[in-house]
Design a binder for this molecule. Structure first.
Ligand code: 13P
Length: 347
């Protein structure tokens, strides 16, 4: 029974032409993004921003699921309608971030392990009772001199697998997010090596814990050269490396793959996703879509800046980015159309 429910939820999350919207920034992360734009870092400002997002007209045309944060999943619109109700009625599946953050890994300077397993069974039951149908857990892996260590990869993969098993027990689809960071001067080749190591360990641990692959969504990074690498590979090289790496490591039974954006510009994230779908469409055993936070929200946040008078324009910018990524998921994103759309948003 649970298996059927999980598979059905995962299919709805991976619906043709759509992707996931990550709006699950923790309060400190959300506050940091607000501070950079001079927006007050208050609970009310965070609520108003999330209301702007969930009430964006046409959002459900491109977005199949939204990932909320603990504070947000309990919040409501100014008129009292809970966000969960607004999203569910629009046909958007509700998810929630359930890890409690990446903390320093003992004995391994510069590396982190994600925490949050204690009490997770009870928290998942509570989230399911208020309407969540999927969850997210993010592990972070840094590349550097001598990094990542085997200790970092195995500790994070083990935690991801235990989280995934608990989610499935509660009837929630786990979004499994092992993020290899873009920070550093490493090459695309080095990112591909680390990405392969990480994905092989994650799927090994998922297998050990008995996780149903048809009932998970993988949320990986794209394989990219480090931000400080002197050679920045083109769209086709990134698309080929990323899809080849995924085809080698991700079992065909997995319901879908939805990328994080990781600090790429909104336009590059769309162009890279589109190149992957365009070049590999007929060879992919799983859906290849997006689960972006910054690459969907940032342009709209920069328009909103906490001003009620900017809400409609910010919503148009958000809808535009979501639509660009919907095109990209189908291999049909065009930078020229993106520019045209942006000028119409700005009026
Ligand atoms: P970005 O798309 O901004 O990387 O965020 C995705 C996410 O959910 C990180 O956990």
């Amino acid at each position: 029974m649970k298996a059927l429910e999980l598979v059905d939820t995962a299919r709805r999350m991976m619906m043709a032409g759509k992707g996931l919207l990550a709006m699950d920034e923790s309060n400190p992360t959300c506050n940091q993004r607000f501070a950079a734009l001079g927006i007050p870092q208050t609970e009310e400002a965070r609520r108003a921003w999330r209301e702007l997002i969930v009430t964006t007209p046409g959002l459900a045309d491109s977005i199949s699921g939204a990932i909320l944060y603990d504070e947000t999943i309990h919040q409501s619109c100014a008129d009292g309608t809970p966000f969960v109700k607004v999203l569910t009625e629009a046909g958007i599946v509700v998810g929630v971030k359930v890890d409690t953050g990446a903390k320093a890994l003992a004995g391994h300077a510069g590396e982190k392990v994600t925490e949050g397993l204690d009490g997770l069974r009870e928290r998942l039951q509570a989230y399911a009772a208020i309407g969540a149908r999927f969850a997210k857990w993010r592990a972070v892996i840094a590349i550097g001199a001598g990094l990542p260590s085997v200790a970092c990869i195995t500790a994070n993969a083990h935690a991801l697998a235990r989280y995934a098993a608990l989610c499935q027990e509660a009837g929630l689809v786990p979004v499994v997010e092992p993020e290899v960071l873009m920070t550093g001067d490493h090459t695309l080749q080095r990112c591909a090596e680390v990405g392969a190591q990480v994905l092989h360990e994650v799927f090994e641990q998922l297998h050990v814990q008995g996780v149903l692959l048809e009932g998970i969504v993988l949320k990986p990074n794209m394989l990219l050269p480090g931000l400080a690498c002197s050679h920045q590979d083109g769209l086709d090289e990134v698309a080929d490396a990323t899809v080849t790496g995924l085809l080698r490591a991700v079992p065909a039974a997995v319901a879908g793959v939805a990328f994080l954006s990781g600090g790429q510009s909104a336009e590059l994230a769309s162009a890279r996703l589109s190149a992957m779908n365009q070049r590999f469409k007929s060879q992919l055993p799983w859906a290849l879509t997006f689960s972006f936070a910054r690459a969907i929200q940032q342009p709209a946040l920069e328009i909103w800046r906490g001003e009620p008078g900017n809400v409609a324009q910010a919503q148009r910018a958000l809808q535009h980015r979501a639509a660009c990524n919907s095109d990209a998921r189908q291999g049909e994103y065009l930078a020229a159309m993106d520019d045209l759309g942006k000028s119409s948003v700005l009026g």
